[in-house]
Write a protein that binds this ligand. Sequence first.
Ligand SMILES: [Fe+2]
Length: 282
Amino acid sequence: MVVSFSSESRQVESCRLVNSFFNVAENEAIDQFLREGYIIFDLEDSSLLNAIRKNIYQSAVELLGDRTQLDEEDFFDKTHEIISIKDLNDFRVKSIARMNQDKSLRPSIYALGKKYIDWLVGNELAMQRNCNLSVQFPKDDSSLLPLHSDVWSGNSPYEVVFWLPFVNCYRTKSMFILPRHESEAVFRNFKQYSHLTSEDFYLKIQEKLVWLEVKYGQGVIFSHSLLHGNRINNEPDTRWTMNVRFKSLLSPYGTKELGESFLPITMRPATRIGYNYIKPEC
Ligand SMILES: [Fe+2]
C-alpha cells in the first residue's frame, strides 16, 4: 500500500511512504529505515576509512610496543592473539582517548555516512562529542551488551547510531537488532516480557532477531530505540567497531544533552540567527 505524506501519521508509519520532495534513492532508504529501523550501506570514501583504520593501528603500535607483531591487514582480526582479555579494556580505553584527540576524526566519520545520515536524520545535526570503540575477542564474555534499548538508559529516541566496522562482521562477530515492527510489538506487549531475566528475554525473541552482516567498507545506521545487543563472539576473529550517535539538532534531547554529550556540527545560518535573536527591549 502506498500513501501520501499528508495522511494521518500512524497510517503513514505502517505503510510504504512516498514523498515527492525526496528523490527515488532517498525514498527507498527512508522506506527501509522506517520499516526495519536500520540500514546497511556502502561508505562514500574507502580511502578515508582506510586512513582512520591506519591511525588506529599506528596508535596501537605505540601502545603495545614490541607486542605488535601483526601488520595492519591482520591486526584487527587477530588482536586476540597479542592482547590478553585482562588487558583488553585498558587498551581499548587508551585507544579511544588517543583516537578522539584527532580533531579530524569526527568530520571524517560524518563524511563517510553523510548521504545516509542527512537522508535519515536531517542536515542540521548534533553529533556525539566522542566516538567509541568496541573490541570483542572470540569467546570473551566480559564486554557483552545484553538485549536492550538505549532509550531505557536515558538516550533520546530521536538519536541514531552510526556503526562502523573495521573488520568483516557476520553471525556472532556482529550485532543483532529486532526490526522495528517486531520491537514495537514487544513494547506494546511488554508486560509479557518485563518479568523475564535478560537471558530469557533474549531466548523468547531470538528467532526474530536479525544479525547484521556488514563488510569492511560498509556502515550501519540504526535507531537505538529498537531492541539490539550482542552475544559471545563465537567466530574465530576479533570484532572491531566504532560507534557514534547523531541526532537532528533541534529534536528533543534525553539525558545526553547538547553542549555536553552532543555538539552541533552543521547548524545553518538561519538557525544560528534564530538562536541568537534579540528581542528588542522597550
Ligand atoms: Fe545500545
